[in-house]
Structures are given as structure tokens and as C-alpha cells.
Design a protein around this ligand. Sequence first.
Ligand code: PHE
Length: 340
Amino acid sequence: MLEQIKQIESEALAAIAAAADKESLTGVKIAYLGKKGGLTALSRRMGQVDAAERPAVGTAVNAAKVALEQAINQRMAAFHAAETEAALASETIDISLPGRPWPAGSRHILTQVLEQIEDVFIGMGYTVEEGPQVEYDYYNFEALNLPADHPARDMQDSFYFSDKMLLRTHTSPVQVRTMERMAGRLPVKIIAPGVVYRRDDDATHSPMFHQVEGLVIDKNVTFADLSGTLLAFARRMFGEERQIRLRPSYFPFTEPSAEVDISCFACGGRGCRLCKGSGWIEILGSGQVHPRVLQLSGYDPEQCSGFAFGMGVERIAMLKYGINDMRLLFDNDLRFLHSF
Ligand code: PHE
């Protein structure tokens, strides 16, 4: 029996060495180690072996199995390595092929303009505040000197959830929230960018749009400070040659109030299609903070004063980049978005 085992083992080792490829090697494995393989058949005949010889025969069969398995695995690994090497050797790289384009995204033009506006004010020492889009009537109107039934509420057609809650119609409620948070401390010097909502929808109005609010409160803040700040902003944003013009206006939360125009950057003020021949383009609303607004949020109008302004980001983007329909900003047509 021991002789037979030796015989089968050396036969099998020869067959393994002779196998030309992975397939024939697998064949050899089945022929000797498979369920009906030579070595397996031999171990089935254990019963016929003398009890005294059994341990020695068992050890020999197992040793033969291990030796064959090792030899097969080694050979298989060699075939694998050869395959990989052949594949690498036959691979050629054509370095003259153009590279695959890597699709690069970019920030939305509105985000870019918003960041430009923020940068100008951050450069002048402002910090950035935020407030909720679903707002209390109190912050959106009441605390801004717009009590219930005030006719000026009609200036901003609103989306209401209930008597007390609405989608904010402007970023001005952040003025109130900031004054509450600052609790009478000076100075207050913030901008508040964000989304606002009004019941408007045409080529120059969207029911959802963006504003940037500004609020400064300190001792002796004057209308001259407002005008100088907005002139600096206009020049950074639209070119150093810009002039600004303040026109009397009305907002319940500022007194006096002013609409701010910049000299037309397309024609330099001579009059063209962009400025509709006037030489001036309106860009924002502003004014001295109304004493009542200061009072309502815990600031003493005898001790301090301030100015505020609010601008539409879409409008500024459209002016600066010559976009003639606001809806383009929200259609997400890649041909449009890629042009910035
Ligand atoms: N909140 C005003 C609007 O949306 C703009 C504004 C802000 C005016 C601050 C004056 C001061 O129309």
C-alpha cells in the first residue's frame, strides 16, 4: 500500500510539472485529488489495511495530499503571473491621444455675485448675519414700523402661512433679529444675504429671489456715512468711475429714505438702452434707520443712529452681466450657466 501511494504521488507530480496551462492543471487536480481521483480512491481502501499498518498508511496518504496540493498551487500561481506579465507586455499606451475632458462644475452666477457683494462689505468691516426664511409677522413687518393694516404692507405681496407667519418678503427682519441679539450694544455693522419671497412673476420678478441687507448703528452715524458707503460699494462692484445719485423715497423703517442709482456703466452716463436714456440705473433702497425701529428693538434714538440698505442680487447680476430675463437664472440650462 505504501508503495502504491509513493507511485501515485510521483506520477501526479510528473503530471503537474507537465501541465501546459491552467486548464490541464485543473484536469490533473481532479484526476488525483477529486472525489473519484486516484489518491481519494486509495484512501477509501483503508478498511482493507491491517490495523497495525493503518496509522502509517494514513499519514502517508495525508502527506501525499499536502504535497500535491502545494505543487498544484505553486504551478497555478506561476500561470497567473505569466498571464499578467503577458497582458502588460502587449499593452501599449498611445501618448498622442488627447486626454479625456474632466467635466468641471462652477458656482452659479448668482452665488458668484452674492460673494462679490459680501466681499466688498467684509472688506469694510461688516460681519455676515442670517435669518429664517419662514418668518414671524412681527419681524417681517411689525418691528419694522409696519403695523397690521399699514398701507405700505401692500408694497410687498406676501405668502402667508397664518396671521402670524409668512415667507419673509425682504431681508429686513434680520435687522430686527440682530438688534435683539446685540441687546443695545454698539456698534452694529452687518450685512444679511438671503432668499426672500413675493407674489410676483415676470421677466424681471421671480416669486423667490435674493437680497442683501445692510445695517449700521453707532453713535453719530449720519446720512453722509450711508452715501459714502454706497458710493464705495458701487465703485467696487461696477467700476471706479461710477457716481451715485440718491432720490427721495419711502420705506416705513427708514427716515429719510432714498432710492440709490449708479451712473450707467454701459454708456458712462450719456444715456443708452440699458439706462433707458437717463444715464442712471437704480440698484437699491436705503435710508436712516427710523427712530421708532431703533426703539422697538431696544436702541435709544437719542444715543445712537444708523443707516440701512437692501438690494436685489438678481437685479445686480442681470445688470452686471447683461442678462435680460430673470427666469434664466433659475432654469438651470447648462448652456446659460456655462457662459459665466
Ligand atoms: N427692505 C426693502 C425692500 O425690500 C429695502 C430696504 C432695506 C430699504 C433697508 C431701506 C432700508 O424693498
